[in-house]
Design a protein around this ligand. Structure first.
Ligand code: BGC
Length: 817
């Protein structure tokens, strides 16, 4: 039996929970993903089967509110799941119309399997047991499979089994998008290949992405191939095999369906339909063999990615963390290395945000950097391949360098919608979120962090440096000189807090001098200058030539990086943006009493004819993002560079100020706040962490998870455990540890990659134990609570933690930093 914290289980059939379960039980392998819908389900009130390809987008136009708008959507691909049955010509199985005697659905995270067992009795008193298993193969990325076992408990007779491929699907997973065009696929071909094999080929109507699915279905009775008569059935885009087989009481009828999926964009293939057909035909004969190789691939992935923990009072924390890692690895996996896809905010688990790529990778890469850094590199290459488009975006907006869009999909164009629906008021409203230029600091930050964690100088040489330089150039060109203040300013942008889109008294959207944006712009400029110092001469000269980087431009960067404006409140708190201090205080208590759930204050206020722009309130961390991304030392350096006073004491005051004024309308918010409080207020940090951990599992936003998981929050919570509570930092060519386990945690164990090293980390309240696992490496420099040590290859070293840092400084043969 698999230990409970590896299983994510639901007991009983709850119709109203089905769509949420489908999202959370999605199976994927980084190449494609399929929601955990029941195999007999079709899209309706209760269910939404969905299959999505990583980066599988298509554009459609819609006429709405008198304008034509165009959206690029993540396309729902033909449903390969349908596998159902009926007894003796009766009704096809429907869990809602039979008497359910037992029902359990389990996501087995260790093995990457979705399991469902159902015992039921029909109107004729026939009792039947069903056992279902499903995988989306983690090693053979084109393959997926399902098994249905049916055991008659008190009857014998003929059973009809139907196994289908359904190309009649639409994009209908998000209620708010229902007025938008949703027919993305056109049928290319549907045919029966042989008595057990079906083949379906479709194409997206605009991006011309060809997708082929082949399905092979075999039946077994008590383990032996069953003689079943197959009948081919088809309807426009829907094709099925129906088999009839005689089953006796207590016999096991197993149906094994193996599916292959290929696209016209796959590398190393000739033609998608041909490949799909060939792959199902040569797939191993029995389901079990495919399960074995799939499980092996998952075991290897878990060895690299797991977090093992021991709590004084075991609760759901461990399981939730594993669920988060599991969904992250299903969205991005080693298969991502060969793909042109970014990391989507909502996973490939649903249609929310149309599978678009935002800044959320900022919360996702830190985990990957220390576990599977090759994935970060592949995902940064998604950005690099769109550098040309980002240059055009900057140019079109009147700037220099490269400007990545707030939302992107296939080609790196700005895909943010210009209108969004407030379901509370029913009004379509202008969407100004594209003004979040700060994504261009996130991309630079991600390049730099990846480099710090890996020292991958080849990446920096060929791709990273160019990205950093073009982003630095962008920020320098965005900054406007204010001769009166003798400072540079950044105007007409939005910070991460999406509730503030502009000034209450001004028709044009945009805010001036958002502290997060301004300070991160300075940070990017500093890194742009630093990377030029790091590059070997020949590459620096090449890049300067290619980009036309003149010394005068670099001098300008230097100047902007020293004279950027920051706005403070009268009491020294860093202002979210210029003018924030003049806004009205918000009646938090009144609104909480009236609405109970006030996460989405934007919708509430708009429906009342009011606007969040008038108040001191935030959807999510904005100023506080600075404390999340930068250490106190880095902040101090930046403040000093700009000639602003900095005091450590200002940090908790600022945290307190904004925490009181945040509604946590984004799941990212809890992660950031838990992080910034990790040292100063452990109980509150733990509470926010636990809430963030539950946000998808309990669907705290009331209905959003069913449209796709929140991957930033999922990865962010795992990263909190990995870095915040361990104090791991990659800085100054050293790996730093400063553990501070949450109350009640007895042990935390994981392995990590740092540069060329691989090591095991074990932390208890009393000690940190590091084991170097790479035998042939040079020693590794680590700093434990500020004291530097050399860890030799294959060495295990214990660092006591219970004492004060000063007494520990002499632990081991410490080398100086
Ligand atoms: C948040 C953004 C985030 C986006 C996608 C929004 O609700 O405000 O910060 O990037 O969701 O996850």
């Amino acid at each position: 039996m698999m230990p409970e914290h590896w299983l994510f289980a639901y007991e009983g059939f709850e119709p109203r929970q089905e769509k949420l379960r489908e999202a959370l039980c999605t199976l994927g392998n980084g190449y494609f993903a399929t929601r955990g819908a029941a195999p007999e389900a079709r899209a309706d009130e209760l269910h939404y089967p969905g299959t999505y390809l990583a980066g599988g987008y298509n554009r459609l136009k819609t006429e709405l509110a008198g304008r034509v708008i165009e959206n690029e959507d993540l396309v729902n691909q033909p449903n390969w799941l349908p596998l159902t049955f009926r007894m003796d010509g009766g009704d096809w199985f429907n869990v809602s119309t039979v008497k359910v005697r037992a029902y359990r659905q389990v996501l087995d995270m260790a093995r990457g399997l979705l399991l469902r067992t159902v015992s039921f009795e029909d109107a004729q008193g026939r009792r039947t047991r069903l056992e279902q298993r499903r995988f989306v193969h983690m090693r053979h990325k084109h393959l997926a499979g399902q098994e249905l076992v049916l055991v008659p408990e008190n009857w014998s007779g003929p059973v009809q089994v139907r196994s289908a491929l359904d190309g009649q699907v639409l994009n209908g997973g998000v209620a708010r998008y229902q007025q938008l065009s949703n027919r993305h696929l056109r049928l290319v071909m549907a045919k029966e290949v042989d008595a057990e094999t079906l083949l379906l080929e479709v194409e997206t109507v605009q991006s011309r992405l060809g997708v082929a699915e082949a399905a092979r279905t075999r039946l077994y009775l008590d383990g032996h191939r069953a003689e079943a008569q197959g009948k081919f059935v088809q309807d426009e885009g829907y094709l099925a095999h129906e088999f009839t087989v005689e089953v006796k009481a207590h016999q096991r009828l197993s149906v094994e369906k193996v599916v292959a999926l290929y696209t016209s964009k796959d590398p190393a293939v000739s033609e998608a339909a041909m490949e799909a057909r060939r792959e199902v035909q040569r797939a191993p004969g029995r389901f079990e063999e495919l399960v074995a190789t799939h499980v092996q691939a998952w075991t290897h992935l878990w060895n690299r990615s797991d977090l093992d923990l021991e709590l004084a009072k075991p609760n759901g924390t461990h399981r939730a963390l594993r669920l988060h890692i599991f969904h992250l690895l299903q969205t991005v996996s080693p298969h991502t290395l060969d793909q042109d896809a970014g990391v989507p905010a909502r996973g490939w688990h649903g249609e929310a945000y149309r599978g678009h790529i935002f800044w959320d990778e900022l919360f996702i890469f830190p985990f990957l950097n220390l576990r599977l850094p090759a994935l970060t590199r592949a995902l940064l290459r998604y950005r690099y391949r769109r550098l040309g488009r980002a240059r055009e975006e900057a140019h079109e907006a009147g700037f220099r360098g490269a400007m990545f869009p707030w939302q992107s999909g296939s080609d790196g164009s700005e895909e943010s919608p210009r209108l969004h629906l407030n379901p509370r008021s029913g009004r379509w409203l202008p969407d100004e979120t594209w003004l979040q230029r700060h994504i261009n600091a996130a991309v630079a930050y991600n390049v730099w962090q990846y480099y710090q964690a890996t020292a991958d100088s080849e990446f920096l040489y060929f791709h990273g440096a160019e990205l950093l330089l073009e982003l630095a150039r962008f920020w320098a060109s965005v900054a406007e000189w204010n001769p009166r203040l003798r400072r540079y300013e950044i105007k007409k942008v939005m910070g991460p807090d999406e509730y503030h889109t502009g000034y209450p008294d001004q028709p044009e959207p945009g805010l001036n001098n958002n502290s997060y944006t301004n300070l991160m712009a300075v940070w990017v400029l500093c890194k742009g200058l630093e990377v030029l110092r790091l590059l070997p001469d020949e590459r620096r000269e090449e890049l300067q030539e290619v980009l036309g980087l003149e010394p005068s431009e670099l001098a300008h960067w230097e100047d902007v990086s020293r004279k950027m404006r920051l706005v403070f409140h009268e009491d020294g708190v860093l202002s979210q943006f210029e003018g924030y201090e003049q806004l009205q205080e918000f009646d938090w208590e009144g609104y909480r009493a009236r609405y109970h759930d006030i996460q989405r204050l934007d919708r509430i206020l708009e429906a009342e004819g009011d606007s969040p722009n008038r108040y001191k309130l935030s959807k999510q961390a904005d100023v506080l993002m600075l404390f999340y991304l930068l250490s106190a030392e880095e902040l101090q350096e930046l403040f000093e560079r700009l000639g602003y006073p900095f005091s450590q004491e200002m940090i908790p005051r600022t945290v307190d100020y904004y925490l009181q004024r945040t509604s946590h309308g984004s799941t990212l918010s809890g992660v950031v706040h838990a992080w910034v409080l990790a040292r100063s207020d452990r109980p509150r940090s733990w509470q926010l962490f636990t809430e963030a951990l539950q946000s998808d599992i309990s669907d705290v936003q009331g209905g959003t998870t069913q449209e796709g998981i929140h991957l930033g929050a999922m990865a962010g919570t795992v990263d909190l455990m990995q870095r915040a509570y361990t104090g791991i930092e990659v800085r100054g060519d050293m790996l730093h540890f400063n553990p501070h386990l949450p109350e009640g945690m007895r042990r935390l164990k994981f392995s990590l990659r740092y540069r060329k090293h691989l090591m095991d980390v074990e932390i208890t309240p009393r000690a940190l134990v590091l084991t170097s696992r790479w035998r042939f490496q040079t020693p590794l420099k680590v700093a434990v609570r500020g004291a530097c040590h050399l860890l030799q290859p294959s060495e295990t070293r214990r660092f006591p933690l219970a004492q004060e840092p000063s007494t520990e400084a002499h632990e081991g043969e410490g080398a100086s930093p």
